[in-house]
Design a binder for this molecule. Structure first.
Ligand code: FEO
Length: 207
């Protein structure tokens, strides 16, 4: 930052010292606004890990579903969900690095790889999304406490995303609870789930 001011000469004859000092103050102030506080940086890095773990959780689910006969719809849904979570993680990484922080890539917990039945998968999906929503809410609160309004604005996208994902998970869980162990119902929902995601994607594009 100080290198930025090297080579700037003050012309005392023209008495522009005051102007230059004001300009330097403005630049320093701008630079300070760009920096993330230590607490904010640590919390955002924690969210990077959580999004990466979410991607792994859904990858584990997708891989198990792919080994089960006739569940192509659910399988595709979770492979795409895993990709979405990776996108959430990358968006955070770029944001942290753009704010002169350093996004840290850490080791991840091994996700669950086997499930008893399809309904268990959607319960895990909902539980994980509720966990992520809580974490995003905590981040929003921290951004306000730290007076970091750029991060506050950045997080609004994640709040909207969580609302949609929680809704999707709840809808599918309720439908599966309704059909119970009826195989016909489970296979019908396997077809419907692709439409559910398409509907959500279309409503996002229409915003
Ligand atoms: Fe990015 Fe669904 O948490």
């Amino acid at each position: 930052m100080l290198n930025f001011f090297k080579g700037i000469k003050i012309d005392s004859k023209q008495d522009n010292t005051k102007t230059l000092i004001c300009w330097m103050c403005l630049m320093i102030n701008k630079y300070t606004i760009m920096l993330l506080s230590e607490r904010m940086l640590a919390a955002l890095n924690n969210q990077v890990k959580l999004e990466a773990e979410s991607s792994q959780v859904y990858l584990g689910i997708a891989s198990w579903l792919e080994t089960q006969p006739g569940l192509e719809g659910y399988t595709e849904f979770f492979y795409r969900q895993s990709e979405e979570e990776r996108h959430h993680m990358l968006k955070l990484i770029h944001y942290i690095n753009d704010r002169d922080g350093h996004a840290i890539i850490t080791a991840l917990e091994m996700p669950k790889n086997t499930f008893g039945q399809v309904i268990e998968v959607f319960q895990d999906f909902l539980d994980n999304e509720l966990l992520v929503s809580k974490s995003i809410n905590d981040l929003v609160e921290l951004s306000l406490n730290e007076k970091d309004y750029l991060t506050f604005k950045f997080l609004q996208w994640y709040l909207d995303e969580q609302l949609e994902e929680e809704k999707m998970a709840k809808t599918m869980l309720e439908k599966l609870q309704l059909v119970g162990s009826d195989r016909g119902g489970i296979y019908q929902l396997d077809k419907d789930i692709v439409g559910l995601r398409t509907k959500v994607s279309e409503s996002k594009e229409g915003e």
